[in-house]
Design a protein around this ligand. Sequence first.
Ligand code: ACO
Length: 325
Amino acid sequence: MTVIRSQIIGCGAYLPERILTNDELARMVDTSDEWIAARTGIRRRHIVVDGETTADLALRAATRALADARVTAQEIDLVIVATTTPNETFPSVATAVQSRIGMTRGAAFDVQAVCSGFIYGLAVADSFIRTKQAETILLVGAETMSRLMDWTDRTTCVLFGDGAGALVIRAGEGGGDLSDRGVFNTKLYSDGRLHDLLYVDGGPSTTGMTGHLRMLGKEVFKHAVINIAESIEASASASGIAISDIDWFVPHQANQRILDATARRLKVAPQRFISTIEDHGNTSAASVPLALDVAVRDGRIKRGDLILLEAMGGGLTWGAALLRW
Ligand code: ACO
């Protein structure tokens, strides 16, 4: 049986040039390189400078992904940007990317699911492709989380970074079995009752200000390992595959301890979880495509590999996606 599959035909990423080290942070708040590295695995993160925006990062990652896919802007039917740090309350970052890549047709919109945004964006892209509403989609995860930090709060400001990653996804034909290239399934979840664990204390219809990120880290941690492991298991079983058949896990990069605990729970070697946390920190919706890009460029992820993407973030939201590269 012939089926339509959302196939990834190119990827790209961009990190701002400015690197903020743990030692620099230790001069700003009461913390240390030892504490941050031991509790999170983070050593450094990239952050934007004055005037540098989420759309700037998104554009650079998108341009690289288009070049990698050898696709022109005019061939794109839809731009989706997963972000929680848009340049402006409206219009979307996606429309800024659309105009800046020179695309004069099709549609563009943002998806907001905080750190799970890229998985949500991939689920939307896959639905548009399978329902023939779009043939070629540019999906970007881009964030300037540094703009949401309270730089006096050591419990949050040491965790986050900025960056962007992008995929070009195109409709392709498959035989309907697990040897196909492309997305097999996506699993999305949320529980809005858990708002208070992770939120931003501002917004257009409350304070009229952007606000700062607030998090009960220990509580979020507890939910993270359980929710992520369950969503991975749900995605694997939806396609009838064993966890041990998955070549690479590309997780949201929140904390190395979450990655290690999830790997232990699933009885998977931790080396099969791609980790960029040391150099990137938590870049929210950008972290999964940034990690993907690193593993593709260094040759770990190869054409034909079975890949599991997963994330959890504010909302709480979480999810997973299974695909063959
Ligand atoms: N430097 C030094 N000490 C610190 C720091 C710091 N940067 N931050 C907190 N501490 C102190 C605390 O005050 C506390 O001190 P106390 O014992 O005297 O009260 C102690 O360290 C331990 O604090 P905990 O919060 O218990 O530390 P924990 O081991 O839980 O680590 C962390 C905190 C890293 C935040 C962890 O809980 C975590 O990673 N949580 C999950 C984050 C996550 O997954 N977020 C989801 C995605 S983000 C998104 O969606 C936007």
